[in-house]
Design a protein around this ligand. Sequence first.
Ligand code: ZN
Length: 117
Amino acid sequence: MNYTAYFTTNFKNTISGKLAGIKKFVENKVKIIMQKPFSGEPLKHDLNGLRSESIRGNYIIVYSICKECRRKGSDEIFKCKICKETDDDSIVFICVAPHDDSYKIAKKLVKKGQIYN
Ligand SMILES: [Zn+2]
């Protein structure tokens, strides 16, 4: 399966700004996710439909496989606008952040719905 990758502005800004020091690890993890997107941990409850992968223990990448996100009714659960702009075989890298902040940030960004590839 060939997926198209999209990134939020937040994601791109974070790896060239705040987390520039671990940019290589993030980019490497992005490649791994593109190859095996279903290996990430499925999120639950109010982020059901998204997945996460951790980097070096402290950081988390939150992403969506749009087909799965839609199927799980994300537009009703957490008002995901991201999947409205993408086709099924898209992966959206939503945010990379310290573990404790990542889900809160992800929630805000999927409601905003601005992505780039
Ligand atoms: Zn979605």
